[in-house]
Design a protein around this ligand. Sequence first.
Ligand code: ATP
Length: 319
Amino acid sequence: MKNIAILCSGGDVSGMNPAIKHFVEYALEKELTPYFVYDGFKGLIENKIVKATHKDVAGIINRGGTILGSARSKKFMEKKFREVAKKNLDALNIDMLVVLGGDGSFRGMDIFYKEQGIKFCGIPSTIDNDINGTEYCLGVDTALNVIKESIDNIRDTAASFSRAFVIETMGRDCGYLALVSALTCGAELCLIPEVEYDLKEYEKSFKKQIKNGRRYFIAVVSEGIKEESSEIAKWFEEKIGFESRATILGHTQRGGNPTIYDRLMAYKFVNHALDGMLEGRDESVICYTKKGFEYKSIDEVANKKYQLDDKLLSYLKKF
Ligand code: ATP
């Protein structure tokens, strides 16, 4: 039997546990011996590699985060430590890895493969949805649903008190979470890093809306915009004349039990990852596109900046 391992690297997302569960089940079905690597690349170096069984993945499908733990490892950037990682894998006869992570993790694996010959398939996993070449990253749907809950809750209090609420979402320099949340939760204002804005342009329209009876405002802003969310709240107070509060959703967006969509995507990503490796794809990332699932090279995925979909961006202008 051939051996194959799975690890999580970079930020954790909800959806990793269903992926880990299916990895064990599908590997066994394909007559592979599954292994866990705890704590990402750090665990590879520290030899935290353990054979996995069905029992290890019982009762995890509904849990957020990852039972394997994730990590960022500076050591993995150095060849001498990657050699240690390779030795640890060799000792267990493992030469295939499934990696749940972001573009940084795939860049690390690219070097590891070229230098040490460990084959891998990457599964894009980040709530930011900012990996080039894939329209969907594991964890995004759960994060959007967590944001939706928060905005719906905030709307209740905003309406009661006649306030403006500025809600900040994660995403680094990608506005995907903010834009989709604003569209689907009925925000009056959405600011994202990809699009220049001038708050002055909203003043006339917002004041007119108040005159026409608007009792509250919901603004969804992405963390990567040029201003702090507290400054946008101040603008509401000073220029629109509305009492205002800023809420930074922060790491709540990374938690929560995985949605059905993320559980299903976890299943499909893992299936394709293992099938690809068994077909002889030694280095790839499994991406979800308009054509379905596609295997892409590291260059296509990790070495190009993500661009927000034009169609999605065009909706922002209609606000
Ligand atoms: P997230 O989107 O959550 O940040 P990520 O996978 O992009 O996920 P990074 O912190 O960029 O997260 O990378 C994860 C790990 O990958 C790093 O801690 C490091 O161990 C490894 N890595 C990244 N780039 C390289 C590289 N050029 N060489 C070797 N290892 C790397």
